[in-house]
Write a protein that binds this ligand. Structure first.
Ligand code: MRU
Length: 375
């Protein structure tokens, strides 16, 4: 057993092929959750136990867990853990602030924390912890249902797409919006998993997604678990692949979508949307409704996370001993910037694939999802 800040880990062989992995599990009745350490993939499949609020905040900040829906679910469990320790109003406020500050961009975190707080705030302290665990479980279960629905609606869209090359549907994706980024199935990957399962001839172009390599490390691993043909490419090759006519569609996830339909997702998404527009390639964004932030009029208001320059100045791979090895890719003292997300204007989005259907434009997204006063 390896102990890391309230996290305990179990190491398994990452080449185990099973498409039913879960990024987050809560053993029945347990007052902790277990998560896959996504920093160790694809070279090791490591699960870590989260049994404190600090451990939950650390796991989000250090990207042991990442992806908007999963960050939200872990945040919810982090709040439940704090109420186990101290159900007072003051402790609830401290825990909410600690978890909310872990990462700024994915709105699902604030959404989940506010939902759990709204559920427990009216309760007497002694009833709060159980209610919080129940709400966190509901958030996890709903996320799986939502992604399954995104899969079904997205599959209809994939089936209808023209295939430019020998009857194979070539889809490009960026970063990881897979089962690992959610509580199950993924968002952008859910239609791909279903398409492959029904025998639709499919091939996926996966961007490496510098600097943290979510595409190379996580999406390629997930596609391999499902036996889906795929090809890795350097981020800057997306334009050429589309210009050559190698790509029939692009599908990505989202961390926050503004009321006007602007989409915030992993850095590099905007470039792919521009290349898609220039080459007439449909550009889809798969998102669960909690990722829509109706309080923001446009994407300009979305907080963009800036992470350590070290993530740009170094790269992590498998060392000679089989373990992770970090190496410098530039000279000492080189300055670097590390914006983790960018904003794609709504005008570049062909469709929003959600649990209620595919919305062809911001107005359709609003019609499908805008909260009604009548609840
Ligand atoms: O920095 P990350 O790995 O958390 O960024 C993840 C993404 O940008 C995903 O595309 C997004 O969160 C959607 S996950 C279903």
């Amino acid at each position: 057993m390896i102990s890391v800040t309230g996290l305990e880990s179990t190491v398994m062989n990452a080449s185990m092929t099973s498409a039913d992995y879960r990024a987050l599990t809560r053993p029945s009745g347990a007052r902790h959750v277990d998560v896959i350490d996504q920093r160790a993939l694809p070279h090791a499949l490591t699960t870590l136990r989260i049994d404190s609020t600090t451990a939950a905040a650390d796991a989000i900040r250090d990207m042991i867990v990442r992806g908007a829906p999963l960050i939200g679910a872990v945040g919810a469990y982090g709040l439940a853990l704090s109420l186990d320790a101290d159900p007072s109003d003051a402790a609830l406020a401290r825990a909410h602030a600690l978890l909310d500050a872990a990462r700024p961009t994915a709105v699902n975190l604030r959404w989940a924390l506010d939902r759990v707080r709204a559920r427990v705030q009216p309760l007497v302290p002694e009833n709060r912890a159980a209610a919080a665990w129940d709400e966190a479980d509901a958030i996890r279960a709903e996320d799986i249902e939502i992604n399954a629905a995104i899969g079904r609606h997205g599959l209809d869209g994939l089936r209808a797409l023209p295939r430019r090359k020998d009857g194979v549907l070539n889809v490009m994706t960026h970063c990881n919006a897979g089962a690992l980024a959610t509580c199950g199935f993924g968002t952008a990957t859910a239609p791909l998993f279903l398409a492959h399962a029904e025998g639709l001839p499919l091939h996926v172009f996966v961007s490496e997604t510098r600097p943290r390599l979510q595409g190379a490390n996580l999406t390629a691993w997930e596609l391999a678990q499902h036996g889906i043909p795929h090809t890795l490419f350097v981020d800057s090759a997306s334009g050429l692949l589309m210009r050559r006519g190698d790509v029939d569609a692009v599908i990505v996830g989202a961390d926050r979508v503004a009321a006007n339909g602007d989409v915030c997702n992993k850095i590099g998404t905007y470039d792919k949307a521009l290349a898609a527009q220039d080459n007439g390639v449909p550009f889809f964004v798969a998102l669960p409704s909690p990722t829509i932030d109706w309080s923001l009029a446009s994407g300009e208001a979305i907080p963009i996370e800036s992470r350590s320059p070290d993530e740009v100045l170094t790269i992590v791979g498998r060392g000679d001993d089989g373990g992770p090895a970090r190496v410098a890719i530039t000279g000492a003292g080189t300055p670097a910037v590390n914006f983790a997300f960018d904003v794609t204007p709504a005008r570049l989005v062909s469709g929003y694939v959600t649990e209620r259907g595919v919305a062809r434009g911001p107005a359709a997204l609003r019609a499908l999802h805008e909260p009604r006063d009548d609840g």
